[in-house]
Design a protein around this ligand. Structure first.
Ligand SMILES: [Zn+2]
Ligand SMILES: [Zn+2]
Length: 324
């Protein structure tokens, strides 16, 4: 029943595409449900054509890759490919792969796919630029777009009344809307928080709405500022103590000079301070003195600031780490 309901929300064209792909992808049960839904809509099964196939393929791709995908299909077509040889592609663990075709295909077609897979890896998934792109097939982004995304992910306007965050658009949340808080320390240097607008009971009864739960990880800009501003009454005694113990524990980093070292690990430059203060004989051999090691780390951090926007952004923007 659940499958049927979810299919009702899809457009007929999209269903036709799913049905076409289904013959290669999904379970018989799912395929049957799609077929029935299409029959209910009096769909003519001969309607799917190359144009539609390509259009829906594009919709599954990052926007920035679509221009290249058009070129890919033109090249495939020129070499004898038809949409009756659907491309086997998927996103897995954040990475995009094309593993050939669902049917037999000429070696030349495979080599065209592989060529384009390499091109996608070097093309910004957001704007299509090929300049200063990093991230390979895991959502490659040019520096400009990465910075744009980082800016959106920054939690802002944090005060005793609430905060602003981005999900589809900027959303302002009042602390009075929050009913439950979960604070987790996932390992020694990684933290997460989930703020829920529903009580446990409401969560069971209400239909799912993505805006009811707000989650942040400690890599979000201003994460620690946010957690220190949570009104005490929203936290259990244990949570309150845990959060404030952690937040009062940060020390100044000798490499990047932010107050960002927790338990020996800097959350900004990612250096382990003990590696500098009590260096291994190997690194002493290489850099002669502790000061030499420190100078090397500082130089390396300056280099990283230039090439990795995420480091630069949290270094320049996170107000918690800037505090004295
Ligand atoms: Zn871009
Ligand atoms: Zn540091």
């Amino acid at each position: 029943m659940e499958i049927q309901n979810s299919l009702k929300k899809e457009t007929t064209e999209r269903l036709a595409y799913l049905f076409f792909m289904d013959q290669h992808y999904y379970s018989k049960e799912y395929l049957q449900a799609v077929r029935e839904e299409l029959q209910d809509r009096n769909y003519n099964f001969n309607n799917l054509n190359e144009h539609l196939y390509i259009r829906y393929f594009m919709e599954d791709l990052y926007v920035g890759w679509r221009k290249e995908a058009k070129r890919m299909f033109a090249e495939l077509s020129a070499n004898g490919w038809t949409y009756q040889q659907p491309i086997y592609y998927k996103y897995s663990w954040g990475s995009f792969t094309m593993k050939g075709f669902h049917t037999d295909a000429h070696e030349l077609l495979h080599s065209i796919l592989n060529k384009y897979l390499n091109i996608y890896g070097e093309t910004c998934s957001s704007c299509g630029s090929k300049k200063q792109v990093s991230g390979s097939l895991e959502e490659p982004l040019c520096r400009k777009c990465e910075l744009k995304i980082l800016k959106k992910r920054r939690i802002k306007n944090i005060n005793k009344f609430g905060f602003t965050y981005y999900r589809n658009k900027f959303q302002h949340v009042l602390w009075t809307e929050i009913k439950r808080i979960e604070f987790v320390v996932t390992d020694d240097h990684s933290f997460g928080i989930t703020l829920s607008k529903l009580t446990e009971k409401e969560e069971l009864e209400k239909e799912y709405d993505e805006h009811d739960t707000i989650s942040f990880h400690s890599d979000s800009c201003n994460f620690f500022k946010l957690v220190t501003k949570i009104p005490k009454e929203l936290l259990t005694e244990h949570q309150y103590r845990e959060i404030h113990n952690i937040c009062n524990h940060f020390e100044k980093c000798m490499v990047c000079h932010r107050k960002s070292v927790f338990d020996d690990q800097c959350l900004i430059c990612r250096n382990k301070i003990s590696f500098i203060e009590s260096p291994s004989s190997k690194s002493l051999e290489r850099f002669k003195t502790k000061a030499g090691i420190l100078a090397h780390r500082q130089k390396d951090f300056k280099r990283i600031l230039k090439v990795l926007p995420a480091y630069k952004y949290s270094y320049e923007t996170d107000s918690f780490f800037k505090s004295k």
